[in-house]
Each structure stands twice: as C-alpha cells, then as structure tokens.
Ligand binder design. Structure first.
Ligand code: B1M
Length: 234
C-alpha cells in the first residue's frame, strides 16, 4: 500500500484520490498527503471536507490496525507526521472562517500523555469556529495549566487525554482549580477517545466533547449560556 513513484495523484478521480490518501497516511507519506490535500482543495473541496474524509477517516484506519497489533509505534508516528503535514495546510483555511472572536480557549493534553493529533484538530476547529485558541501542548501538569490560565485568562479550559492511565489526571487539574477557588472562573471541556459523559461528570468537568465538531458546538453553547446568565454591571 504505497504511492508508486510514478503515480500522478492529480490524475485520480476524487474518490480514488481520497482512498490513495488513506493509503499514503497509512504509509506515513507526508509529501503525498500534503499534495492530495492541495489537489482536493483546488477541486473546490471545503477544508472541513478534506479534513474529515481524507485525513480523519484515514487516521481511523491507522487506529484500528494499531489496536490490532498490525501497526506499531514507529509506523503510527509516521502516519501522525503525515496527518500533521495535511493539517498544516488546512489550519489557516479552517481558521479563516472566524469573524469576531467569540471567546478564548486554552487547551492542552494532560500530564503523562503525548497524543496531540485530536487536540490539534480540536484547536484548529475552534479557531475555525471563531475562538482564539492558546494551545499549551502535551504532557501538561496541573501547575503548568494553572500558570497558563493566569497568563492567558481564557473563558474555556480544554483538556485532552487518549490513555486510560492519563484521563484521571483531568480530575487532578480540576481539583487544583477547586482548591484555589477558581473552578467557576472557567468552563471546563474534556475530550479524548477513552472518555465519555459519565467520566466527564465524575471528574467535575462541564462537558465531554466526543469530537472536534461537538467541541465547537459545546464551546459556543456554553459561552453563550454563561453570558446570558451573567449579571449585568451596574
Ligand atoms: Co497511542 N494509543 N500510544 N500513540 N494511539 C492509542 C490512544 C490507543 C487507543 C491505541 C490502541 O491500543 N488501540 C492506546 C491507548 C489504550 C488505552 O489507554 N487503553 C495507545 C497506546 C497504548 C499508546 C502507547 C502507550 C503505546 C506504547 O508506547 N506502547 C503510547 C503512549 C505514549 C504517551 O502518551 N505517554 C502511545 C503512543 C502513540 C504515538 C506516539 C505512536 C502516536 C501519537 C502521535 C501524536 O499524537 N502526535 C499514537 C497514536 C497516533 C494513537 C492512535 C492510533 C490514534 C490517536 C489519534 O490521533 N486519533 C490511538 C488509537 C485510536 O485512538 N484509535 C492510540 C485521531 C484523532 C483525530 O482522534 O485523538 O480521539 P482523537 O481526538 C478526537 C476526539 O477524541 C476528540 O476530538 C478529536 C477530533 O475529533 N478530542 C477532544 C480529543 N481531545 C479533545 C479535547 C477536547 C475536546 C475533544 O477538549 C475540549
């Protein structure tokens, strides 16, 4: 499953190209994935369509084979790199749709966890949805979350975890906020493949976001609800 050297991606019909991009993602071919993204965009595909059909669907195939022991860490890292190459092209386009900033989101992957593809996607989609986003990266400790919250003063704190062993750390961050009497200063949204609503509730988050699109909807709904309930000054 690899792009033959002489294969001209632009000669493929859309559905064949998307399939080829899934193969190229699987094989970690960053240049080919980037080229495919550019071709689809030049054919009038929306950035969102390219993201979901070509990249996210392709990465799901990688996820299944990683789970089943067919792919291993180095190969998945190559796929992740290829996905990032595609996302780098889409990022400014997704952000472009935003008009006035709706609010500010600070987002990071919790301590012990280095998965960042989903978080980056969420950050991109939030930017596209009109939010200012401060991404503080991976392996973020409660202390570092607190420092960043002080520095950036967002409306929303977003946390990501992809491992069953790291998701409980979200509670550590939320409990730290509570101890400092600052829990109510922020809307706290959490996400990541192993989470669910019950977990989000159990750690004291405001909502669980199944995917990036839900994260944008939830962020918008919660900001607007909070603003409606804010007591007018004076
Ligand atoms: Co990892 N890994 N991994 N991995 N990895 C998983 C998560 C795993 C499920 C694979 C498997 O076994 N099937 C498994 C976890 C099992 C478990 O916890 N029970 C696993 C494991 C075990 C590990 C290691 C321990 C492997 C090892 O070393 N033996 C290791 C851990 C390293 C660490 O973090 N300390 C490890 C390492 C890696 C790589 C480095 C190779 C690479 C990460 C590269 C990177 O991120 N830069 C990697 C990858 C790529 C995966 C899989 C294959 C794909 C994850 C991904 O990017 N998905 C993953 C299998 C899987 O999930 N199917 C797996 C695509 C992404 C778009 O989806 O991240 O779910 P996702 O994000 C979604 C939603 O969840 C949601 O929106 C996103 C977009 O729609 N969302 C949020 C996510 N965060 C959000 C935050 C929000 C809102 C929504 O805030 C508001």
């Amino acid at each position: 499953m690899s792009t033959a050297d002489d294969l001209d991606l632009s000669s493929l019909a859309d559905d064949e190209l998307v399939e080829q991009m899934h193969d190229d993602l699987y094989d970690g071919l960053a240049d080919e994935v980037a080229e495919g993204v550019n071709i689809l965009l030049s054919r009038g595909w929306s950035p969102n369509g390219v993201l979901n059909k070509a990249l996210v669907d392709g990465m799901s195939i990688v996820g299944v084979d990683f789970r089943d022991g067919i792919l291993f860490v180095p190969e998945v890292l190559m796929s992740a790199k290829a996905m990032k190459a595609g996302m780098a092209i889409l990022r400014p386009l997704l952000a472009e749709t935003g008009v006035a900033r709706i609010g500010k989101v600070l987002i990071g992957t919790v301590k012990g966890d280095i998965h960042d593809i989903g978080k980056n996607l969420v950050a991109m989609m939030l930017e596209g949805g009109g939010f200012e986003v401060v991404d503080i990266g991976i392996n973020v400790s409660a202390d570092d979350f607190m420092k960043a919250l002080d520095e950036h003063r967002p409306d929303i704190l977003g946390m990501s975890a992809l491992l069953t062993t790291t998701m409980p750390y979200m509670k550590v961050v939320i409990d730290t906020l509570k101890q400092k009497g600052r829990r109510d200063d922020y809307i706290v949204l959490v996400g990541g493949a192993p989470l669910n609503e019950a977990f989000a509730e159990s750690v004291g988050a405001d909502a669980y976001c199944r995917d990036a699109a839900v994260a944008v909807e939830t962020a918008k709904a919660m900001i607007s609800a909070r603003r409606q309930h804010a007591v007018p000054a004076g």
